[in-house]
Ligand binder design. Structure first.
Ligand SMILES: [Zn+2]
Length: 250
C-alpha cells in the first residue's frame, strides 16, 4: 500500500480485526454485485469505499426517475443511463483506485458461473426469484460465498450462504426452486427507502467480513427486519437434505 492508501483506509487499518493484512485482502478481492438498484447501491458504495479492489456490477436496466427515491448510487442527471454505467461513475468518484467492471446484461447461467468462479464473494442484490436461484446455483457450483438480501415494503431479509462450510444451507434449501413464490415487484408494492440502505449496507458488511475472515458470518442464519417496529429477528437455517441444488456427493 502507498501512503495515500494508508491514509484512505486508515480507519479500517486501525481496527485490530482488519489491520494492514485485512486491508490487503480487500484490495485483492473481487466482489460481484448482481443488481445495481436499491440494495446494490449501498452495497457497492460501501465495498468501493472500503477498497475492494475489483467490483463487477451486473444489471440490464436503465436509471429511471422512480428509482431515485432509494437507489442512491444514481443521480437525476444520469436518468436514462444504464444503471451499471451510472454506478461505475459513482463508485469511481468515491474511490478512483479500484477497478469497476460494468456489465449491462441480464446474466444467464453460464455467465453467472463464469462470474462466480472469478469472485471472492457474490452479493445478490436482485429483485426476483429467477435471478436469485440462478445466482445461487452459480455460487454453489463455484464454491463461492453468497450474500443475499431482499426488501419489500417495510420488510427486509438477509443471509449468507457459504458452500465452503460443512453442512451449510444454500438459498434453495431455504426457498426451494419448485416452490411458487410470487415476485412482489417494487413497482407495484412500494418499498420504504431507508430499508434498502440498511439491508444493502449490511450485505456489504457481511461481504467484507467474509473477505477479511473476521467475526461470525450470517451463514446458517436468516435475519428478518420489520421496519415499522425496527425489529430484527434471527432464525436458524438448516441444510435441506432433499435440496436439488446443493446435493453433496456421497
Ligand atoms: Zn441447498
Amino acid at each position: 500500500m502507498n501512503d495515500n492508501q494508508l491514509l484512505r483506509y486508515s480507519r479500517h487499518i486501525l481496527l485490530d480485526d482488519i489491520g494492514i493484512e485485512g486491508q490487503e485482502r480487500l484490495l485483492a478481492a473481487h466482489a460481484v454485485v448482481i443488481g445495481a438498484g436499491g440494495l446494490g447501491s449501498p452495497a457497492a458504495l460501501y465495498l468501493a469505499a472500503s477498497g475492494v479492489g475489483r467490483i463487477t456490477l451486473v444489471d440490464d436496466d436503465e436509471v429511471d426517475l422512480t428509482n431515485l427515491q432509494r437507489q442512491v448510487m444514481h443521480t437525476t442527471a444520469r436518468v436514462g443511463q444504464p444503471k451499471v454505467e451510472s454506478g461505475r461513475t459513482a463508485l469511481l468518484a468515491l474511490n478512483p483506485e479500484i477497478e469497476v467492471v460494468a456489465l449491462c446484461e441480464r446474466a444467464g447461467p453460464e455467465r453467472l458461473l463464469e462470474l462466480a468462479r472469478s469472485a471472492t464473494v457474490v452479493l445478490d442484490c436482485s429483485d426476483n426469484f429467477a435471478t436469485r436461484h440462478a445466482v445461487n446455483r452459480a455460487c454453489v457450483a463455484a464454491g463461492v460465498p453468497l450474500v443475499s438480501g431482499a426488501v419489500i415494503r417495510f420488510d427486509g431479509q438477509l443471509s449468507v450462504f457459504d458452500p465452503r462450510r460443512e453442512g451449510a444451507p444454500c438459498y434453495a434449501c431455504l426457498f426451494p426452486e419448485d416452490s411458487h413464490y410470487e415476485d412482489a415487484a417494487c413497482s407495484s408494492m412500494g418499498v420504504f427507502a431507508p430499508l434498502v440502505g440498511v439491508v444493502g449496507a449490511t450485505q456489504a458488511a457481511e461481504a467484507i467480513k467474509l473477505v477479511v475472515g473476521i467475526g461470525q458470518p450470517l451463514a446458517g442464519r436468516l435475519l428478518l427486519l420489520e421496519g415499522r417496529a425496527m425489529e430484527w429477528t434471527s432464525i436458524g437455517v438448516a441444510h435441506n437434505p432433499s435440496c436439488q441444488v446443493c446435493i453433496k456427493p456421497g
